[in-house]
Design a binder for this molecule. Sequence first.
Ligand code: HEM
Length: 257
Amino acid sequence: MAQTTNTTRGPVTGTAHRAKKRKPFLLDLYSTAVGKKYVMAITGVLLIGFVITHMIGNLKMYLGKEDFNHYAEFLRELLVPILPRTVFLWILRGGLLGAVVLHVHAAYGLTLLNRGARSVKYQSPRDYQVATFASRTMRWTGIIVFLFVFWHLADLTWGTVNALGTTAADGVFVRGDAYGNVVRSFERPPVALLYIVANIALGTHLFHGVWSLFQSIGWSSPRFNKWRRWLATAIATIVVVGNVSFPIAVLAGIVGQ
Ligand code: HEM
């Protein structure tokens, strides 16, 4: 007798499951450590681009009030009249916020994955000669920079903390006068110190971030590592020296009202 085949047969055993619906490729990749490292590297490059561009733009402080405020206005006028005023700036802000959210989310996810992979804690101190100071403090420098950005927005974009001064000289936020707002903010030594500390934390974070992003995308070889270290040092130094120079210049009276 001819044997019939049943093509719609159900599970043979009680443990067999129906095939799981596959996630879209990118989400599937993101659920792995490699995917998260890629996201950290790509968003990291975007954020480094912003930080460098922002620092270069801020160098206009040295050209005086008119040039600096003109630059701040130029950012609002980007792509006018193709788009209405400030629309492109809002698109850039949206991209920046998206990059920050993904960067933090991937970092958090990687931390959980690493913890899961090591159920027993290291029994002896880690080899701190291999792990540099920057790499060991990534989480803390990241949190400092994250909190700083909130404070910085409240200080120079929303004007909520600048407005808390006790005298007219230190407590005025004037919309449209970005230059004056920076000067009035940095004239207060504790605020200047806060910017200096936050930017040193940012530099430390950038140093290890730039170094390890090449590892994440698989570009690592003894010959190439010299260049990686050089690039990491150069980017961190340029951003820190540029940004720290502003509060120092204001306190030293080189830049003023
Ligand atoms: C001493 C160094 C810095 C100075 C003098 C400075 C200055 C400014 C000023 C004046 C604004 C307001 C611009 C405007 O409303 O027209 C601003 C906005 C901003 N800054 Fe900074 N900044 C510094 C460092 C940083 C750092 C280190 C970061 C990030 C890690 C950062 C992130 C931002 C962001 C996200 C905005 C909002 C941009 C927008 O919404 O258009 N800044 N900064």
